[in-house]
Design a protein around this ligand. Structure first.
Ligand SMILES: *Cc1c(COP(=O)(O)O)cnc(C)c1O
Length: 427
């Protein structure tokens, strides 16, 4: 099957081709709950694998350091126009190689080494690149970090404490404040962050890598009117190829562009730019509005079904695509649960929970999300069976019942066969 789908690859490098074919089968047969993953469409996949790969184009449309840009300029200009239209921004840079380099470019644009920068702490749900110690951003800059509340009140427990964010910002006066993260199940109040950044005199960056598709589809408020810069990956809820974009108001356009190139990068990956352009086109269709809302509806239904089955969810539920399960009460560490779920054909990642007493490489939680299963067409009706599989897998992990995991794996494969993923050839 791989030989017919990738004939040249199979002939040239059968070993590598076999790995790709095996990955196609794995993606087809398993239930992918990692909230930062998705399936790109066949059109995005095609655009990302074109001869645009062969072209060097340092610079920006109309201002390149290499000749022969007649078509590349059109591709990049199209991606830029579509990003501006979809997110309602003055300026878009579609060249960052991925989310982490995009954020590095933001630091380069607005801070000097040693400056104070502020973001959410990694174990609270922030991203490495928001000034966390093991990241270059936390060693080249002085990172100060905020977190979420730990209260007895279930209404506020696990939510960002905006008063504490303000106190920290006014005490530290950071050059740059990042809002957004990788394990935040609740809506981000961009207006509240904007007020704080204004008071502190800080540049405010919304890193919407996880929720860009929800914003594009109107299922999460947009930061466009509140922040200085929007940073996003293109490959999570947005359903594009692996890449990133930086968007901003006109006043910051030059600084952002200069930081990406020549500040940080060389030639843009034009085949990726093409894939981003296609994904942005798809995200501008009415069907994508339905997709984004379905992602959230599925996550809420899945959260409710998990609560019914006695799971403890950070912040008590979700407003978006993401659910963080604290497994402490189940007596199963996150890593043990994640590995058991993997054997049951359910792919998640283990994750720290706020105030986790366990180590980051062996934490108390698992992080799940609904972008991928929604791309396959699963609806709220399916979420109780998904919650059942998770509950049974965690039970089986506690008991060491491999037989139960094998049974779940075949049930998962049956449902997945009925809902083929976009871009996968194995339906
Ligand atoms: C995924 C993510 C990134 C990093 O993206 P990479 O493409 O993995 O470098 C940055 N910020 C946030 C909030 C993310 O979720």
């Amino acid at each position: 099957m791989s030989a017919s789908r990738h004939p040249a690859l199979s002939a040239t490098d059968p070993e590598l081709a076999s790995y790709v074919a095996a990955e196609e089968v794995l993606q087809a047969e398993t239930l992918r709950l990692i909230p930062s993953e998705n399936y790109v469409s066949a059109a995005v996949l095609e655009a990302s694998g074109t001869v645009l790969q062969n072209k060097y184009s340092e610079g920006y449309p109309g201002r390149r350091y290499y000749e022969g840009q007649q078509n590349i300029d059109r591709v990049e200009a199209l991606a830029i126009e579509r990003a501006k239209g979809l997110f309602g921004v003055d300026h878009a840079n579609v060249q960052p190689y991925s989310g982490s380099p995009a954020n590095l470019a933001v630091y380069l644009a607005f801070a000097k080494p040693g400056d104070t920068v502020m973001g959410m702490a990694l174990p609270m749900g922030g991203h490495l690149t928001h000034g966390w110690g093991v990241s270059a951003t936390g060693s080249w800059f002085r990172g100060v970090q905020y977190g979420v509340r730990a209260t007895a009140d279930p209404e506020t427990n696990g939510l960002i404490d905006y008063d504490a964010v303000r106190d920290l910002a006014l005490a530290e006066r950071p050059k740059v404040i990042f809002c957004g993260g990788t394990a935040l199940p609740r809506t981000i109040d961009f207006a509240a962050f904007a007020e704080i950044a204004r008071e502190a005199g800080s540049v405010l960056v919304a890193d919407v890598a996880h929720i860009a598709g929800l914003i594009a589809g109107g299922a999460h408020p947009s930061p466009a009117d509140h922040v200085d810069v929007i940073s996003t990956t293109t490959h999570k809820t947005l359903r594009g190829p692996r890449g990133a974009m930086l968007m901003c108001r006109e006043e910051h356009a030059k600084a952002i562009d200069k930081a990406v190139f020549p500040g940080l990068q060389g030639g843009p990956h034009n085949q990726t730019t093409a894939g981003i352009a296609v994904a942005l086109h798809e995200a501008a269709q009415p069907s994508f509005v339905r997709y984004a809302h379905a992602v959230v509806a599925n996550a809420k239904a899945l959260a409710a079904a998990l609560l019914e089955r006695g799971f403890d969810l950070v912040s008590g539920g979700t407003d978006n695509h993401l659910i963080l399960i604290d497994l402490t009460g189940k007596g199963v560490p996150g890593k043990v649960a994640a590995k058991a779920l993997d054997r049951a054909g359910i792919v998640v990642n283990y994750n720290t929970v706020p105030f986790d007493p366990r180590k980051p490489f062996d934490p108390s939680g698992v992080r799940i999300g609904t972008p991928s299963l929604t791309s396959r067409g699963l609806t709220t009706e399916h979420m109780s069976v998904v919650a059942d599989w998770i509950a049974r897998s965690v039970d089986a992990a506690a008991k060491g019942d491999e037989q139960a995991l094998a049974v779940i794996r075949s049930e998962v494969a049956d449902l997945m066969a009925a809902f083929p993923a976009p871009g996968l050839p194995l339906s």
